[in-house]
Write a protein of this length. Structure first.
Lengths: 202, 211
């Protein structure tokens, strides 16, 4: 009978390659378990972090886009407002004064003593020109006049209504009104430029 | 007496069973481990590839987002948002003044004004929604206009009645009697301010109550 050791030696080609293969596989498995899996986990965490950063960045961008969009829209609306409602005094002041007087006439109130105080709204490139005046008429005529001012095509703002006196024995009242409008503030440089152009053309 | 060892087998007996069993076990384990490893490595490689692609894509999107953000920030700083906001706020106030209905205010005042009280001056001012008085009144986002009034009356009770009616009327909030002075024996001059809500709808029932 052969000894056990000699049997193992004799069948070395059967079990030894399998053993080597097992050992190699275990080496690969532990490499994966302790090295590659850790790396993969780190990489996955990096992807996750990068995705979160990207989401934050994209949220910031979206918010910024929204702000820019709204700011541009506001800019357009402001420009539209200026183009539609505001003109320089040289273009529209007399029209506005004339409109107020016409409205008073149409309402049947008697307007008198006009003052035109001016307020410089430099920050907004505007001037506020007020038309302060007295009107005489009945309450109904005064209401009619106020209504005309409200529906006027010009940008008229009724600022203040002050009762001066009530007629004795009749329904006439005397009221001090202040109506204002906005005008474009003409820049001080505009005049020399025009002069220069005129000089050139002449 | 010692017994002689006699082996009559043609070839000597060898017990190969442990070797065979262990070999089978080892081969089976190696195959199983091989399959496991191949699967794991394949999965690992595929995940690595996916993650690399994801990182690349994230980097591209990130770089795009950074570029766009920088461009938008430049655009925004060029817009001078603070100045524009001030301008918009100012223009909104002007538009509110322009669209403010004096006629409706007069109708409302006619509803609350006792016959013995005569208004001498009415000045509406567009109120700032952050105004402490508006916040305290709890109006919320509703548009409020501060109306300052100066008037005269020949009776103390009429003035108080006027203030009470303002308190009761749904279009007026927080009336504030600022001062009262006797001009002559029969005439009291007063100044008061009140928050007016031009957009508040008044039902007929409410009008009946306040009239």
């Amino acid at each position: 009978m052969k000894s056990a050791a000699s049997v193992w030696r004799m069948r070395l080609w059967v079990w030894f390659p399998a053993l080597v293969l097992v050992v190699l596989n275990l080496v690969f498995l532990s490499t994966y378990r302790f090295l590659l899996a850790g790396q993969a986990q780190l990489r996955a965490a990096r992807v996750e972090r990068a995705e979160k950063e990207l989401l934050d960045l994209e949220a910031d961008r979206a918010a910024l886009e929204d702000v820019v969009e709204r700011a541009n829209l506001n800019r357009e609306r402001v420009d539209e407002f200026y183009a539609r409602w505001v003109a320089s005094e040289s273009e529209r002041l007399t029209q506005v004064i004339s409109e107020v007087k016409n409205l008073a006439q149409r309402a049947g109130v008697e307007a008198s003593t006009f003052h035109y105080p001016e307020e410089d709204l430099e920050d907004y490139g505007l001037l506020r020109r007020s038309i302060a005046f007295s009107v005489n008429g009945s309450y109904a005529q005064l209401r009619q006049f106020i209504n005309f001012v409200e529906v006027s095509d010009h940008f008229l703002m009724l600022e203040d209504v002050r009762l001066n006196e009530v007629g004795q024995g009749d329904s006439t009242i005397r009221v001090q009104l202040s109506v204002s409008s906005l005008f474009l503030r003409e820049s001080p440089q505009a005049a020399p430029e025009i002069t220069a152009q005129e000089n050139l053309s002449t | 007496m010692k017994q002689a060892l006699l082996n009559l087998a043609e070839t000597p007996f060898t017990n190969e069973r442990p070797v065979r069993r262990i070999s089978i076990l080892l081969w089976a384990a190696s195959v199983a481990l091989l399959v496991l490893n191949v699967g794991l490595y394949q999965q690992h490689i595929s995940h690595q590839h996916e993650r690399s692609t994801a990182i690349e894509s994230i980097e591209i999107r990130r770089s795009e987002a950074v570029t766009t953000t920088q461009r938008l920030q430049q655009e925004l700083s060029a817009l001078d948002l603070e100045k524009q906001n001030r301008q918009v706020e100012f223009l909104n106030t002007q538009i509110a003044k322009r669209t403010f209905s004096w006629s409706r205010l007069m109708d409302r005042l006619a509803e609350v004004l006792p016959e013995t009280v005569q208004l001498r001056r009415v000045t509406p001012r567009m109120s700032d929604p952050k105004d402490v008085r508006i916040l305290r009144a709890g109006i919320g986002s509703e548009q409020a206009v501060t109306v300052e009034m100066t008037g005269v009356t020949n009776s103390d009770n009429s003035l108080l009645e006027f203030v009470d009616t303002l308190f009761e009327h749904p279009s007026f909030v927080a009336p504030n009697l600022l001062n009262e002075s006797r001009r002559d024996e029969n005439l009291n001059q007063f100044t008061l301010s009140v928050l007016y809500l031009p957009d508040r709808q008044i039902s007929d029932r409410q009008l009946e109550v306040t009239r």
